[in-house]
Design a protein around this ligand. Structure first.
Ligand SMILES: [Fe+2]
Ligand SMILES: [Fe+2]
Length: 131
């Protein structure tokens, strides 16, 4: 398992929590497929991951625009930086199909980022948006 759902902070918006929980479930499936060297399964899960991250971020951005959240540009900027990183690793995977490269990205880049992002940006955003 890559990350336990308990390691990701709960925010004060249930919809956002559900998005995070679903993402963690997908991350763990992807991680297991990569660890097992199941490239076919990992390949479709990589496509799902790219799509899931986009949905996660764009849903939060829509919620922020609706609530006219003051820190929208800052929050979106963090998303945009990670959108690029995820697109890059997705592209790398399609080229090399190297599980180690993606494992390293998930362990060292994506999960630490997600933990911090949820505990800071998402957490403040959820307080403003409410439940
Ligand atoms: Fe989030
Ligand atoms: Fe976010």
């Amino acid at each position: 398992m890559l990350v336990d759902v308990k390691e990701i902070q709960k925010v004060s918006n249930m919809f956002m929590n559900a998005i995070h929980e679903d993402e963690i479930e997908l991350l763990n499936k992807l991680y297991d497929a990569l660890k097992e060297g199941d490239r076919e399964r990992a390949d479709s899960l990589m496509d799902e991951f790219l799509q899931d991250v986009e949905e996660h971020f764009s849903t939060e951005e829509a919620l922020m625009r609706e609530a006219e959240f003051f820190a929208y540009p800052m929050h979106k900027q963090e998303h945009d930086m990670m959108r690029k990183e995820v697109a890059r690793i997705h592209e790398r995977w399609k080229e090399s199909k190297d599980p180690q490269e993606v494992i390293k990205f998930l362990e060292e880049v994506f999960v630490p980022w997600l933990k911090l992002h949820v505990a800071t940006m998402d957490s403040v955003t959820a307080i403003h948006i409410g439940d």
